[in-house]
Design a binder for this molecule. Structure first.
Ligand code: NAD
Ligand code: DAU
Length: 344
C-alpha cells in the first residue's frame, strides 16, 4: 500500500492526478493537502468524497507543523507537490505570494520529507523555467533562464529540490511540464477562459500579436507522465513532459472558436503581457525513453477540453459569477483593447 500526500490536489492538474491514481492503483491511499486558494476547489474532487482511500486536509504548505502532523497521521511515504501559485499574470502584480508558496513552501515540504525519511519527494515543475526558447527545443540540461516572477519562483523551488538531493540524499524527482489543458482548469488560463467566453459570446482577449507558441498537452497525459516518473524515473533526475509539438495562440483560438461554433469576430486583440515569453519548446526524449508518450494530439486535447466545458457549465459558472473572479477580470482586462495587427 502506497500512501501519497498530493499537495495542491484541489487544483487543476493535482485533482486530475488524484483521480488518475485512484482509478489506476487499488493499492494506494491519497491524502490531498491544499490551502484552497482562489484556484483550489473541492468540486474538482467531488467524486472521491466517499472513497475510503481518499482524505482531504486543508492546510498551507508553508505551515511546517501542519505538514509534519499530516505526514505522520497518515503515514505518508510519497509527496507529490503540485501546490503553487501558478498564473503568470498574477505574478506580475503579487510576486510575494509566489515566492512564499513556490519557494518557501517547497523548502518546508523538503525539510519534512528529510526529517521523516520519506521514500520519495516529487516536484511538479514547468517548462517555463527554461524561459523563452526561440529556436530548437530545451532538454533537461538547457540553462534556466526565467523571465517572470512565476517562473523564477518555480526555478527557485526546483533548485531547492536538487539541493536536498545533493546535500542530504533526499530521494527526489522533478517533472517540467508544458501548458496543460482539460477539465477543472481555473478560467483565468487561456484555454478555459476562451472556451467559457466563447460560449457566452464574449470577446477572446489575445495578447500582443497572438503569434506566441505553446506546447498544449492534455492534462491526463501530464498525469500519466508524472506517474511514469514516480514508477520508473531515476532518483535525482529531471524529466521534461510535453507533446514535443507547438501551436500559436491565434491558431489555438481559431480552432477553439470553430469547435464551439462561434465567429472569428469574437477575437479581440489587447495589449501584450509584460515580458511575454514568445515560445516554449521541449525536448521530451528523456521521458520517452521511460516508455511514456502523450496520447493526445493538440487538436484531440482541445476538442476534449472544449467538450468538457460545454458539458460542465455548473462547474465554471459558479466561479465566473463570483465577485472575486469578476473583480480580477475587470482589473486585468479592462481598457486594454487594441487594433488587430496588420498580418492577421
Ligand atoms: P492551480 O493553480 O490550478 O492549482 C494550484 C493548487 O495549489 C490550488 O488547489 C491551490 O489551492 C493550491 N495551493 C496554492 N498555494 C498553496 C499553499 N501555500 N499550500 C497548499 N496549497 C496551495 O495549478 P495547476 O495548473 O494545477 O498547476 C499545478 C502544478 O503544476 C503547479 O506547481 C504548476 O507550477 C505546475 N504546472 C502547471 C502547468 C499548467 O499548464 N497548468 C504546466 C506545468 C506545470
Ligand atoms: O508552460 C507551462 C505553464 O503554462 C505553467 O507553468 C503555468 O502554470 C500555466 O499558467 C501556463 O503558463 P502560460 O503563461 O503559458 O499560460 P496562460 O494560459 O496564462 O497563457 C497561455 C498563452 O496565452 C500565453 O502565450 C499568453 C496567452 N494569453 C493568455 C491569457 C490568459 C492570451 O493571449 N490571452 C489571455 O487572456
Amino acid at each position: 500500500m502506497k500512501n501519497y500526500l498530493v499537495t495542491g490536489g484541489a487544483g487543476f492538474i493535482g485533482s486530475n492526478f488524484v483521480t488518475w491514481l485512484l482509478e489506476h492503483h487499488d493499492d494506494c491511499r491519497v491524502v490531498v493537502y491544499d490551502k484552497l486558494t482562489y484556484a483550489g476547489n473541492l468540486n474538482n474532487l467531488l467524486s472521491h468524497r466517499d472513497d475510503p482511500r481518499y482524505a482531504f486536509v486543508q492546510g498551507d504548505i508553508c505551515d511546517a507543523k501542519r505538514v509534519r502532523d499530516t505526514l505522520k497521521t497518515h503515514a505518508i511515504d510519497t509527496i507529490v507537490n503540485f501546490a503553487a501559485e501558478t498564473h503568470v499574470d498574477r505574478s506580475l502584480t503579487d510576486a510575494g505570494s509566489f515566492i512564499n508558496t513556490d519557494v518557501f513552501g517547497t523548502y518546508v515540504l523538503l525539510e519534512a520529507a528529510k526529517e521523516l525519511g520519506l521514500e520519495r519527494y516529487h516536484q511538479v515543475s514547468t517548462d517555463e523555467v527554461y524561459g523563452e526558447v526561440l529556436e530548437g527545443a530545451a532538454d533537461e540540461q538547457y540553462p534556466i533562464h526565467t523571465r517572470s516572477p512565476y517562473s523564477a519562483s518555480k526555478a527557485g523551488g526546483d533548485l531547492m529540490v536538487l539541493a536536498y538531493h545533493t546535500s542530504f540524499g533526499l530521494p527526489v524527482t522533478i517533472t517540467r511540464g508544458s501548458n496543460s489543458i482539460g477539465p477543472y482548469q481555473y478560467p483565468e488560463k487561456v484555454v478555459p477562459l476562451f472556451v467559457t467566453n466563447a460560449i457566452d459570446d464574449k470577446p477572446l482577449p489575445i495578447y500582443g500579436d497572438g503569434l506566441q507558441a505553446r506546447d498544449y498537452q492534455y492534462v491526463v497525459d501530464h498525469c500519466e507522465g508524472i506517474n511514469t516518473v514516480l514508477q520508473k524515473g531515476q532518483i535525482g533526475e529531471i524529466y521534461n513532459l510535453g507533446t514535443g509539438t507547438e501551436t500559436r495562440n491565434i491558431d489555438m483560438a481559431n480552432l477553439l472558436l470553430e469547435l464551439v461554433g462561434k465567429p472569428k469576430s469574437l477575437l479581440q486583440y489587447i495589449t501584450d503581457r509584460p515580458g511575454h515569453d514568445r515560445r516554449y519548446a521541449l525536448d521530451v526524449s528523456k521521458i520517452r525513453a521511460l516508455g511514456w508518450q502523450s496520447r493526445h494530439s493538440f487538436s484531440q486535447a482541445l476538442e476534449k477540453t472544449v467538450r468538457w466545458y460545454c458539458d460542465n457549465e455548473w462547474w465554471w459558472r459558479e466561479i465566473k459569477n463570483g465577485t472575486r473572479y469578476q473583480a480580477y477580470y475587470q482589473t486585468h482586462y479592462s481598457g486594454r483593447e487594441v487594433a488587430p495587427p496588420p498580418e492577421n
